[in-house]
Design a protein around this ligand. Structure first.
Ligand code: URA
Length: 242
């Protein structure tokens, strides 16, 4: 697959004229209505620029990717159901608001997905978190399930699936198959992702037309080693080791 040309766009608030806004590479457009790409704001583009930079040190990589993860979690939670809920304020007046509905849990695809657990915990107090370990089988080169530990009542929860990088989609597709085999319907799975390739989006969204995917950015494509380009390198290595 030939890499898509990079769309560039003036980035900034609408009240500024085009000439007052800097130009930056923004996310490739996505044709699936189950996929939400975060608004390409100056904040997001600047945060992504830091974590994409090969010279960014581990401490900064962790700090700034945590900020992006927080944006993804907040957006992801908007896709969960709410019900009308009226409260009384301390001055005795009603406020017609909303309340969250339904139980949730997080499921991280190890190891890189574990980096997204804290962001979820910061937004959802005492959230249950499960884990799935998928690795490439050396003999077949296909993804293989090595380990999973999931809440026993997962079939009755909304599941926030966590993996920062969506390259070919092999691991994410296998993870959703595991969730479905435990009774979680596609409609109750929400995949949160920092950076995706167009191939990964296409493979995932075609296979699961009812799973929602929220990503911060869709990049140009994949290189011959299936790294996302321009990408940010190996997320797990940069977050956990370097
Ligand atoms: N996983 C990563 O960490 N980086 C990529 O570019 C692709 C998959």
């Amino acid at each position: 697959v030939r890499p898509k040309p990079v769309p560039t766009q003036c980035v900034g608030p609408d009240y500024r004229s085009e000439s007052q806004k800097p130009t930056a590479a923004v996310s490739v457009d996505v044709e699936f209505d189950t996929v939400t790409v975060l608004p390409q704001t100056p904040q997001l583009i600047a945060l992504l620029s830091i974590i994409r930079d090969k010279d960014t040190q581990r401490g900064d990589f962790i700090f700034y990717s945590n900020r992006i993860i927080r944006l993804l979690v907040e957006e992801g939670l908007n896709h969960l159901p709410t019900v009308e809920h009226t409260v009384t304020t301390p001055v005795g007046r009603p406020y017609d608001g909303l309340a969250f509905q339904g139980k949730i849990c997080g499921v991280s695809i190890m190891r890189a997905g574990e980096a997204m657990e804290q962001g979820l915990r910061e937004c959802c107090r005492s959230v249950r978190i499960g884990k799935i370990l998928i690795q490439r089988d050396e003999e077949t080169s296909r993804p293989r399930l090595f380990y999973d530990k999931l809440p026993e009542d997962i079939a009755s929860r909304w599941v926030l699936l966590l993996d920062p990088m969506l390259a070919t989609g092999g691991s994410a597709i296998m993870a959703v198959d595991v969730l479905k085999s435990r009774g979680v319907p596609e409609e109750r799975i929400l995949f949160l992702n920092v950076l995706a390739s167009p191939e990964g989006i296409r493979n995932f969204a075609t296979k699961f037309p009812n799973v929602r995917l929220v990503t911060a950015f869709v990049d140009q494509g994949l290189d011959d080693k299936n790294y996302i380009i321009p990408g940010l390198g190996d997320f797990g290595d940069r977050y956990y080791t370097r």
